[in-house]
Design a protein around this ligand. Structure first.
Ligand code: NDP
Length: 424
């Protein structure tokens, strides 16, 4: 999959892009057919996935090519409705590839379930009784979902923490290739009668936690500062500003929120393309961003002046799945997994973290140099042109006219389109 010629991919039509992917041999025949025939999620399937279904909502499915992650090249499927996100990711991937690509570490891959007990008459005694039965409780939870044990997973640890008037029992579970919400919920519910008996208290709830601190992944990369500017002095200055931007997200939660939103522009797009639960990923990562009591940026950038490189690092929870949930139901999701080479959950978590870091680099680079709007306005103009009803060949000229306007909106877009049509 290395050294494929992606130059000009952005300028092609969707059909030409599909043809190119076919030429590159990146997809199985089945996936090619799904793309070629635009096979969408069947309404009957959608109707089984949620309640009160009347239709479906489509979103753009794009590809950000050439991500070098742990020495292997990947072409990342991205589902997003936001202009400029895929362009920024592709641009960052190219720059980072030139400096050696991404390296990642998957620290662990377990989910945590919790049973919150209340009205426990003696917390110390209850804690001792529960810990004494730890092995029995772990095996009891496994019996509630024996198939995950057969797959090599299952419960791994049990610990307790008193918090105000609650005594909370936590259980970590190796969920293998699944995200594990349903299996962990089943396991936690199976523990309730024993935990109530051992603690002499009552269970308020038994459920998975989305704060997946036992499912952390780190991504690292570096960028030679010559990528920031050909002028050495300017490159040095821009590198310093980029690192300051990273620091700003550590000290100011207003900035941290936007900083992390930029990271999630990439993360969510790949999480959605692969049929995963993006609310779960968001919930876990935002909680992690606040782990010391203040909400902070998830990524860190430093500047190694001697090596003339800036270095990016990001660690976050990534309880991603390649099995279960709705993954097997949506044909386009199957294409996404195929395009990635059907990675396992750990590999997929690495790709998602790398994409988030790439997206972050692109945003910080733009913000601390030309400003974010320069690139955005062109894409915004394109959206306005499409909204005004411009046909394929009209989009380019209309975008040029819109960019000359001091203030562009749908009204100006419609007026300019009418003018263009009259002139032709
Ligand atoms: P599923 O209920 O679909 O369970 C996944 C199943 O996949 C497993 O039980 C297992 O069944 C099967 N499987 C096949 N191959 C493997 C493998 N290699 N490794 C692991 N399992 C495998 O999904 P999850 O339990 O993962 O739950 C995720 C879903 O729950 C998502 O749709 C999510 O949106 C939703 N959800 C999320 C919540 C949250 O985040 N708080 C709360 C409630 C629901 P078997 O071994 O029997 O074949």
């Amino acid at each position: 999959m290395t050294n494929l010629k992606w130059t000009g991919f952005a300028k092609k039509s969707p059909q030409e892009r599909i043809d190119l992917i076919r030429e590159f041999g990146l997809l199985k025949e089945e996936s090619q057919e799904i793309l070629q025939q635009q096979k969408k999620l069947p309404l009957e399937t959608a109707n089984q996935m949620a309640e009160n279904v009347v239709s479906e909502l489509s979103l753009p499915f794009a590809i950000a090519p050439d991500f070098l992650v742990n020495g292997k090249t990947y072409h990342l499927p991205m589902v997003t409705e936001e202009p400029s996100v895929v362009a920024a990711a592709s641009f960052a991937a190219k720059m980072i590839k030139r400096s050696g690509g991404f390296t990642t570490t998957v620290h662990n891959r377990q989910m945590i379930g919790q049973v919150a007990l209340f009205e426990v008459p003696n917390v110390d005694e209850a804690t001792a009784s529960i810990l004494e039965k730890k092995a029995f409780l772990l095996s009891l939870a496994n019996q509630a979902h024996p198939s995950i044990v057969k797959r090599g997973g299952g419960t791994r640890n049990l610990w307790l923490e008193p918090k105000e008037d609650f005594l909370i029992v936590y259980v970590s579970v190796d969920t293998q290739e699944a995200m594990g919400a349903n299996m962990v919920n089943t396991m936690m519910e199976a523990l309730v009668p024993s935990l109530e008996e051992l603690s002499q208290g009552q269970s308020l709830m038994a459920i998975l936690s989305n704060y997946a601190t036992e499912s952390l992944v780190s991504a690292d990369c570096q960028v030679n500062i010559s990528s920031l500017s050909r002028n050495k002095e300017e490159a040095h200055h821009l590198a310093q500003k980029l690192v300051m931007a990273s620091r700003l997200a550590q000290v100011d939660s207003y900035r941290a929120s936007t900083h992390n939103k930029g990271i999630f522009n990439g993360i969510d797009a790949l999480v959605m393309a692969t049929g995963n639960d993006w609310r779960a990923i968001e919930a876990g990562a935002h909680a992690y961003a606040s782990r010391d009591g203040q909400y902070r940026g998830l990524s860190h950038w430093s500047y190694d002046e001697e090596a003339a490189t800036i270095k990016g690092h990001m660690t976050l929870p990534m309880p991603i799945a390649t099995r279960g949930g709705s993954i097997g139901l949506n044909p386009t999701v199957q294409v996404a997994h195929d395009l990635l080479g059907n990675p396992n959950a750990k590999e997929l978590a690495s790709l998602i973290a790398s994409l988030g870091l790439a997206q972050n680099f692109a945003a910080l680079k733009a913000l601390t140099s030309t400003g974010i709007q320069a690139g955005h306005m062109k894409l915004q103009a394109k959206s306005l042109a499409l909204l005004a009803g411009a046909k394929d060949k009209e989009v380019g000229p209309l975008v040029q006219e819109l960019l000359k306007e001091k203030h562009m909106n749908l009204e100006t877009s419609k007026a300019l389109l009418q003018k263009l049509r009259q002139e032709n």
